[in-house]
Design a protein around this ligand. Structure first.
Ligand code: GDP
Ligand code: MG
Length: 282
């Protein structure tokens, strides 16, 4: 039996597999998720006498149902409930890569952020204040360079400690989506909570958000519900119409804007400073 299962999440090409290999060496198993072509990769390693299991999730930009990869990633998280998720981000593309982190925070699973490719970031003259970022995001942050193994010990320590600390408790982050969407989300969340719709797996507000984003997977499950589904759909339709009429945009776009707003409100607090690179100094 394992002391913990860690899931690796991240955008494609953020270095997940490189870090996974650096930690597990040859102790890996590769298979497929049942019925689909998405690869399932799992590995083990020992850390201070503890047996640790890692699942390398498929690369994804978000936790929507737009691709099989994203759907698999979120299903593994809610069905297998790893103790902790290590979200591997490319430190040179922080703003874009934090979008997935925000979704993980909203889901509520314990997250540790790996600022990977820190070697590339430093070569570009970027200095990232990991302590400050950690404080503002409310999760441990570790700089890593998966290619050289830099930071992998600290990352493992922090991931295991964070998983232990949270002890299986999911704490979803509340993000405001503004006056055009928040009231609808609140009403929907209450209905979802009262109807216990998917709430054994997801936070109620998260289910409401997925309805608002027209997530096919959640809608598909909802269609089996009858009355509750119709009520939720009605609120979504009204909100959509309101957003189109007054803002000339759809709820999905507003939701994405607010998520980037959340990210940028943090990044503008002197998280990244840029020094001249060696070449620029000459
Ligand atoms: P994945 O898609 O997230 O699994 O990413 P990979 O592990 O396949 O890595 C994508 C590319 O980035 C590969 O060419 C790696 O060698 C490279 N890479 C991974 N980690 C680092 C790192 O920390 N620094 C640098 N410079 N390159 C890295
Ligand atoms: Mg990979």
């Amino acid at each position: 039996s394992y002391a913990a299962t860690i899931a690796f999440a991240g955008n494609p090409n953020s270095g997940k597999t490189t870090l996974f290999n650096a930690l597990t060496g040859a102790r890996q198993r590769v298979g497929n998720y049942p019925g689909i072509t998405v690869e399932r990769k799992e590995g083990q390693f020992n850390f201070n006498d503890l047996k640790v299991n890692i699942i390398d999730l498929p690369g994804c930009y978000s936790l929507s149902a737009y691709s099989e990869e994203e759907l698999v990633a979120r299903k593994v998280l809610v069905d297998e409930r790893p103790q902790v998720v290590v979200d591997i981000v490319d430190a040179t593309k922080l703003e874009r890569h934090l979008y997935l982190a925000v979704q993980l925070f909203e889901l509520g699973v314990p997250v540790v952020l790996a600022l990977n490719m820190i070697d590339d970031a430093n070569k570009q003259g970027l200095r990232i204040d990991t302590a400050r970022l950690s404080k503002l995001l409310g999760c441990p942050v570790v700089a890593t360079a998966a290619r050289t193994g830099l930071g992998k010990q600290e990352l493992t320590e922090k991931a295991l400690a964070h998983g232990r600390e949270r002890a299986g408790k999911w704490e979803p982050l509340y993000i405001s989506y503004g006056p055009d969407i928040d009231p609808a989300l609140k009403t929907m969340s209450e209905k979802i909570e009262a109807g216990c719709f998917m709430t054994n797996r997801y936070p109620a507000r998260w289910v409401a958000l997925k309805y608002m984003e027209a997530d096919e997977d959640v809608l598909g499950a909802g269609r089996l519900l009858g009355e509750l589904h119709d009520e939720l759909e009605k609120i979504v339709a009204e909100t959509r119409e309101h957003c189109l009429k007054t803002l000339n945009t759809v709820p999905e776009a507003i939701i994405a804007d607010y998520r980037y707003g959340f990210i940028n409100s943090i990044l503008k607090q002197e998280i990244i400073t840029r020094e001249k690179t060696q070449e620029e100094r000459i």
